[in-house]
Design a protein around this ligand. Structure first.
Ligand SMILES: [Zn+2]
Length: 629
């Protein structure tokens, strides 16, 4: 292959002949730049492996826009500065530099940019003398010897952008700005300043995130969404580093369990082996960026967080989580450490406010007269079934009660717990005035493969019993008829159900009485009932968000409430166009039958009356489980 050889020789020659300004941006930066501050002040810049592609992409003409969604402490400013200095040093042009606030902007300009220029000869010779009165140098601009300018502005003062033509724009901390300001979205306004340059224009947009839907979220969603993948040192499995793969034990702090940061270890999600600090650093050094949304070809987006930082440790990050946990302050941990968005659905609900939702006026023995029907959601565990009983009408949901039915093995057919559940659900529930309330639907979880046959054949015996399974998908109908191995069941979109529960809870805690549907809770629900309802956090996944269980927390109450809500929707769907009218008609027939019958609500022998709190059979640590479930 002579041509190939010739080509190679030619390539090599060209490389040698290429002037230094045609180095890759990362090479140029490492050759010339000096760190202006911090522990390594005065030393030569050394980029992290993952930063190289983040920087080199500014020379790739396919991408007009580059988005950096990052945690704090991952040398984001170094990256933006390197881009700025590379442009200054190799292809001068007007460059706009914008920060969220004036204070941030001043800090950036004087402590980082000006200071670096002073220390780096190749930059110093480009800039006009500060003391030359014929040149326009001030806080808003720096004039270069060739007549081009660096313009400094805040994102809030979009007016400052008018009349300027900028080939390159750097926007930092965009999530701190109001995207819907009267003056217009500052990101769009900034982009318009660069339209004259077409594909040659370059816009860098950077931020730590705040909430879902904030500016950096929107920009990253509209990019090719690159994530940094590393190869497991043990099994070669290629994966991106995620917080849920950090595992740890819990320690007692007074009565509260809190994470024990010292025990935190990163694990491979595939082989589960521990990845040590030196292995993590080695893996990161050899990682690569992979686009998760490659259909987008004109905007490159990078997501990186502290789990990748060679300057941090897993234990240090876990220490931050321990503090966040202790202070109930998850948002800053999500934003600044993980570089993830935080949804208000995730906002920590106040424990006391939740406990105050317990309502003394009703329970299973005192069902309000406004209840028109009952639905039950039941979860299957090895040694028990757990059932949540929900009373419904058009505008109110009453969590009437919570019951446990025990058997040594609930996976096998004929386990007594099923009979107890059937007896419980088939009894005649009555309101305080003695009117009978129909049980419309009972869902029993058949998601455990070993118990599925048992659950299915049990549900077959009664028309109102339905086997259900939770779907792993976050999209789709709330409930959907499905079949597996000839067995019919309902597939539930539990993700949507959990989101529904959280918004019901948020409204209840906020005391919103004007919501279309309000939820109320009986006083005698288990002690840890609300702890369970809030046992999952909304976590970002590749392209969306997903509820994830917090390690060490039980979530059956959340699951069974979701099941009963789904059963409500299912039951109503079977009652035609005006389901509540039908239920009211049914109620009026039952009203006539009211008899002075005060039979107490049936309590299966093993139901705990005194304390309804479920006690863990053994004291297990959470090692081996992930943070979020
Ligand atoms: Zn592995």
């Amino acid at each position: 292959m002579k041509t190939n050889k010739t080509l190679k020789v030619l390539e090599r020659t060209i490389k040698i002949l290429k002037p230094p300004q045609n180095m890759k941006p990362s090479e140029w930066a490492e050759k010339h730049l000096i760190l202006p501050d911090g522990a390594a002040a005065g030393q030569k810049l050394k980029l992290y492996s993952f930063q190289k592609e983040m920087l080199d992409i500014i020379d790739d003409d396919r991408y007009r826009k580059v988005v950096y969604k990052t945690s704090a402490q991952i040398a984001k400013t170094t990256l933006l500065n390197s881009a700025l200095f590379y442009w200054m040093g190799t292809d001068s042009s007007n460059i706009g530099i914008a920060q969220s606030s004036l204070a941030e902007l001043k800090q950036w300009k004087s402590a980082k940019i000006d200071k670096t220029i002073e220390q780096v000869p190749v930059l110093q010779e480009l800039v006009t003398d500060k003391n030359d009165k014929t040149k326009a140098n001030n806080q808003q601009q720096t004039e270069l010897n060739d007549g081009s300018f660096l313009y400094f502005m805040t994102l809030g003062s979009a007016k400052a952008l008018r009349g300027k033509t900028l080939k390159r724009i750097i926007l930092d901390e965009v999530s701190a700005i109001d995207q819907h300001s009267e003056e217009g979205n500052p990101i769009r306004l900034a982009e318009q300043r660069a339209t004259d340059f077409g594909q040659e224009a370059k816009i860098l947009i950077s931020s730590t995130p705040t909430f879902k839907g904030d500016a950096i979220d929107v920009e990253y969603q509209n990019s090719d969404q690159r994530e940094y993948f590393v190869k497991c040192i043990h099994c070669q499995h290629e994966h991106s580093l995620k917080w849920e793969n950090v595992k740890f034990e819990w320690k007692l702090n007074g009565k509260r369990s809190i994470p024990d940061a010292i025990t935190a270890k990163l694990h491979c999600p595939e082989c589960q082996e521990i990845i040590t600090e030196s292995q993590r650093i080695k893996m990161v050094a050899n990682g690569r960026w992979i686009a998760q949304n490659p259909e987008i070809t004109d905007t490159a987006g990078f997501f990186i967080n502290r789990l990748y930082s060679p300057n941090s440790t897993i234990q240090a990050i876990a220490k931050d989580f321990e503090l966040a946990w202790y202070e109930y302050n998850y948002q800053s941990f999500y934003n600044t450490v993980l570089g993830l968005h935080y949804s208000d659905l995730q906002e920590e609900l106040d424990d006391l406010a939740l406990e105050n939702l317990r309502d003394d006026t009703f329970d299973l023995s005192n069902i309000p007269d406004s209840v028109l029907g009952i639905v039950v959601g039941c979860d299957q565990q090895l040694d028990r079934l757990e059932a949540q009983v929900l009373g419904i009408n058009e505008s109110e949901l009453f969590v009437l009660g919570y019951r446990y039915f025990y058997s040594p093995n609930c996976e096998i057919k004929g386990a007594k717990a099923y009979n107890d559940l059937a007896t419980f659900c088939n009894q005649k529930f009555k309101t305080v005035s003695g009117r009978e309330v129909p049980v419309l639907k009972v869902a029993v979880d058949g998601g455990n493969g070993r118990a599925m046959q048992t659950v299915h054949s049990f549900c077959q015996q009664y028309k109102k019993f339905e086997m259900i399974k939770g779907s792993s998908s976050t999209t789709g109908d709330l409930f959907k008829r499905s079949t597996t191995d000839g067995r019919q069941f309902y597939m539930l979109n539990v993700h949507e159900g959990k989101t529904w529960v959280r918004s019901l809870l948020n409204n209840a805690v906020a005391g919103k009485t004007d919501a279309p549907l309000t939820i109320r809770f009986a006083h005698d629900l288990p002690d840890d009932y609300f702890d369970q309802l809030t046992s999952e956090n909304l976590e970002r996944t590749g392209s969306g968000v997903r509820w994830k269980q917090i390690t060490g927390r039980r979530n059956e109450a959340l699951d069974t409430l979701v099941y009963s809500l789904c059963m409500m929707k299912l039951a109503l769907s079977k009652l035609g166009g005006q389901p509540f009218k039908k239920l009211r008609e049914y109620r009026s027939t039952k009203r006539q039958e009211i008899a002075p019958d005060n039979t107490p609500i049936e309590q299966p022998s093993e139901t705990r009356n005194k304390s309804t709190k479920y006690i863990k059979p053994a004291n297990k640590t959470s090692i081996g489980k992930s943070w979020f479930g």
